[in-house]
Design a protein. Structure first.
Length: 581
C-alpha cells in the first residue's frame, strides 16, 4: 500500500513538473473567468444555473495563489505538486460535476461538464486523469447529496454522461500522443545535445592535438634556426672582437665552423621552401640520364665526413648488378633524398652498421634500400613519418629536426614515378626502401637555372664589365668576394632599379653582363628587365639572382633572360656563368 501511494505520488509529481510552466497562466484564468462568467451571465445573459458565487470566488482565490507561487516560502513550495492537483480536482471535475448535478436539465451545463472533463486531459496522463475524475466527481456527488434531501437524476443525464465517453477517450489518446511526441522531442534534443557534446569534445581534442603539434613544430623550428645561428653569431662576434689573439689556423677552423652552421641553416630553409613548392605544384625538375651507383658512393663519402664523427658506424654498399645503372632522374633532387636517408640513419644510432643495397627488380625498376641498426620506428607510425612536420615518438625529442626531410623525400621520389616506404628490421633499427624507374618515359621539364661547364679563361681575354643591380649592400659585398679569384672582370654597383637604369643609359654598350635582383623597393626587377629590352634596346645578357617563384621566372624567360641564380648561390655557380658568357 505504501509503495502504491509512493508510485502515485511520483506519478503526480511528474505531471506537476510538466505543468509547471502553465501554472501561472492557469492561475490568471481561474481568477478572471470563474467569477467573471457569474457576473457576465447574471447581469447580461441572465440564464439559469449560474449560482454558487462562493465556489467561484474560492476558485479565484486558488488562482491568485498560483499567480503568486514564486513568492511562496521555501517550506511550502515542496507541497506545490499536491496543491496543484488539488486545484485541478476542485476547479475541473468537482466544480463542473457539481454544477451539472445542480442543473441537470440545462443544455449549457451539459456542454460545460464535458468541457471541464476534457480540459483536465491537457494537464495529466491517463492514470492521473482517472484518479482525479473519480475524486472530483465523487466529492461533487457527496456534496450534492448532502445539500439535497431528495436525490434524483434526470432521465437524460445518464445518456449525456455516457456521451462524454467518446470525446474524453479521444482527448486522452491525443494528450498521451502529445506527451509521447514531447518526450521524443526531448529525447532527440538530449541525443542531439549528447552528439553535439561528443562532436565538440572530439574537435576540442583535435584542436588540442593540433595546438600541441604546432607548439612542437615551432619549438623545433626555433631550435633548427637558433642553433646554427647561435654558432654563426657567436663565432663571428668573437673573431671580430679578438681577431689578433687567434692564429691563422684557429681563424681558418672557426670560419669553417661558421660555414658549416650557415650551410645547415640554408639547408633547413631550403627544405621549407621545397615543401612549399611541392604543395603548390611549382617544383621544377631537370631529368637527365645518370649513373646511380657512383652517386650513392659520393653521398656515402659525404655523410661519413659530415655526420659520422666519433660514432662507431660502418656504412656498406651492395649491388646485385653491374657497376653502372643508368636512370632518368634529377641528380640534385635524388642526392637530396639519399643524403636525407643516410643522415637520418646516422643521426639515430651511436654504433653499428648501415647497409645500402641496390637491386634491379625488373627491366624498368630498381630498388634502393638503406637499413640501419638504430632505434627503429613504431609500427603505427611507419606511414605517418612521411607526412610534413610529423616526427616519430621515438625521435621527436632526441635529435632535433622538424619532420620535413622524409616528407620532401616522398615528394621527390613520387615525382620520379617511384615509391618510398619504411619497415622495421627484425632485430633492431629501420629499413627504408625506394623504387625508381630505369628508363621510363618521364616528361622532362627544362630547368630555368643555368648549369654550364666551366670554360677555361684565356690569358689575353678582354676584361668584362659586370653590372650588379641589387638594393642590398650585403649582396654587393658577397658578390665582390665570390669573384675575387676571377681577376678578368670589373664590377659596377647599382643599389636599386633606378640607379641600374641610369648606369645602363650612360654606359650600356660597355656592360657585358647584368646580374639583376627582382625584389627591389624602387623599381621591380621585371620592370627593369623590360626597360633594358625595350627602351634601351640592349641585348646584354641578364642573369636573375633571386629567390622568386616559378611564375616570375617563366615570365622573365619570355622577356629574354640568359639564366637564373637562386639565392643563396655558390662561387662555383656564379663563376661558371661569368666564364660561359
Amino acid at each position: 500500500m505504501i509503495r502504491l501511494i509512493k508510485n502515485i505520488y511520483s506519478h503526480l509529481l511528474k505531471n506537476s513538473e510538466d505543468s509547471e510552466p502553465y501554472m501561472v497562466s492557469v492561475g490568471y484564468i481561474l481568477m478572471v473567468f470563474y467569477p467573471g462568467f457569474y457576473f457576465f451571465n447574471s447581469i447580461l445573459a441572465t440564464p439559469s444555473g449560474y449560482e454558487n458565487l462562493g465556489l467561484r470566488l474560492i476558485i479565484g482565490l486558488f488562482g491568485a495563489t498560483l499567480v503568486l507561487k514564486k513568492y511562496w516560502p521555501a517550506k511550502l513550495k515542496k507541497f506545490l505538486p499536491i496543491y496543484w492537483h488539488f486545484i485541478l480536482v476542485f476547479t475541473l471535475p468537482f466544480f463542473f460535476s457539481f454544477m451539472l448535478l445542480n442543473n441537470q436539465h440545462s443544455t449549457v451545463w451539459h456542454v460545460n461538464g464535458l468541457v471541464g472533463l476534457v480540459l483536465l486531459t491537457f494537464f495529466v496522463d491517463f492514470i492521473a486523469y482517472t484518479i482525479l475524475v473519480l475524486l472530483g466527481a465523487g466529492a461533487a456527488l457527496i456534496l450534492y447529496c448532502s445539500l439535497n434531501k431528495e436525490f434524483f437524476l434526470a432521465h437524460n443525464l445518464i445518456g449525456v454522461i455516457g456521451s462524454y465517453t467518446a470525446p474524453i477517450i479521444y482527448f486522452l489518446i491525443f494528450s498521451n500522443k502529445r506527451t509521447k511526441i514531447e518526450s521524443e522531442k526531448l529525447a532527440i534534443v538530449k541525443f542531439s545535445k549528447e552528439e553535439l557534446e561528443k562532436i565538440v569534445s572530439e574537435q576540442t581534442k583535435e584542436l588540442q592535438h593540433a595546438l600541441a603539434v604546432k607548439t612542437r613544430i615551432l619549438n623545433n623550428i626555433s631550435h633548427e634556426v637558433k642553433t646554427p645561428l647561435h654558432g654563426v653569431w657567436g663565432i663571428v662576434r668573437i673573431l671580430a672582437d679578438k681577431w689578433q689573439t687567434f692564429t691563422d689556423n684557429e681563424r681558418l677552423e672557426n670560419v669553417k665552423k661558421v660555414a658549416k652552421n650557415t650551410e645547415r641553416l640554408v639547408s633547413y630553409i631550403n627544405n621549407i621552401l621545397d615543401l612549399s613548392k611541392f604543395s603548390s605544384g611549382k617544383m621544377v625538375f631537370e631529368f637527365k640520364t645518370i649513373n646511380i651507383i657512383p652517386l650513392i658512393e659520393e653521398i656515402i663519402d659525404e655523410c661519413k665526413d659530415l655526420y659520422v664523427g666519433n660514432k662507431d658506424i660502418e656504412i656498406k654498399l651492395y649491388a646485385n648488378t653491374s657497376d653502372t645503372i643508368y636512370i632518368k632522374a634529377d641528380q640534385d633532387r635524388l642526392m637530396q633524398v639519399l643524403r636525407n636517408l643516410f643522415a637520418n640513419a646516422i643521426r639515430y644510432m651511436e654504433k653499428g652498421k648501415i647497409v645500402a643495397e641496390i637491386k634491379q627488380l625488373s627491366d624498368n625498376i630498381i630498388e634502393v634500400s638503406i637499413a640501419d641498426e638504430g632505434i627503429g620506428v613504431p609500427e603505427n607510425e611507419l606511414k605517418k613519418i612521411f607526412e610534413p612536420f610529423y616526427q616519430s615518438t621515438k625521435t621527436a625529442n632526441k635529435a632535433g629536426g622538424t619532420g620535413l626531410g622524409l616528407a620532401i623525400c616522398k615528394e621527390i621520389v613520387e615525382a620520379h614515378q617511384g615509391k618510398i616506404w619504411a619497415e622495421n628490421n627484425k632485430n633492431k633499427g629501420a629499413k627504408f626502401y625506394c623504387t625508381l624507374p630505369i628508363d621510363s618515359a618521364i616528361q622532362v621539364i627544362p630547368n630555368i637555372s643555368v648549369e654550364t661547364p666551366v670554360v677555361s679563361q684565356s690569358v689575353n681575354a678582354k676584361p668584362k664589365t659586370i653590372l650588379l643591380i641589387d638594393d642590398e649592400e650585403a649582396t654587393h659585398d658577397l658578390f665582390k668576394l665570390l669573384i675575387k679569384t676571377y681577376d678578368n672582370c670589373e664590377i659596377v654597383n647599382a643599389y636599386g632599379g633606378k640607379e641600374g637604369l641610369e648606369v645602363l643609359k650612360e654606359k650600356g654598350k660597355e656592360i657585358d653582363i647584368v646580374f639583376l635582383d627582382l625584389m627591389m623597393p624602387d623599381v621591380y626587377g621585371l620592370d627593369v628587365l623590360k626597360e633594358i629590352r625595350t627602351s634601351h634596346q640592349l641585348n646584354v645578357p641578364v642573369i636573375l639572382q633571386s629567390g622568386a617563384n616559378i611564375e616570375e621566372l617563366e615570365k622573365a624567360q619570355t622577356m629574354g633572360i640568359s639564366g637564373c641564380l637562386s639565392k643563396p648561390y655558390s662561387q662555383h655557380s656564379i663563376l661558371n656563368i661569368i666564364k660561359s658568357l
